[in-house]
Design a protein around this ligand. Structure first.
Ligand SMILES: [Zn+2]
Length: 87
């Protein structure tokens, strides 16, 4: 009899273009955004240059919040896709 695969964990919608990556011993959610998002300009922590409005980039936040932050979402950072991959 074939072994059944464990069921996929439920209650968590499958989000396209989002994954978890490990950097510096921490796990990070990485969401890839295509150009058309908010109209806000962000500064990339990798190169300290602005991410132009309408440019595809990644949003990164820790899976586990740092001790002093209220929530992991407070630690959200916007990176150029290339800077994140290089970092
Ligand atoms: Zn950058």
């Amino acid at each position: 009899m074939p072994r059944r695969r464990p069921p996929r964990p439920s209650g968590r919608p499958l989000v396209v273009n989002q994954s978890v990556e490990v950097r510096d011993g921490r796990e990070w959610h990485v969401r890839r955004l295509t150009g058309a998002t908010s109209g806000k300009a962000y500064t990339c922590p990798g190169c300290y240059r602005p991410i132009q409005v309408g440019t595809g980039h990644v949003v990164v936040w820790p899976v586990v919040a740092a001790l002093l932050s209220a929530s992991a979402l407070d630690e959200r950072r916007h990176w150029h896709t290339a800077c994140w991959q290089r970092a």
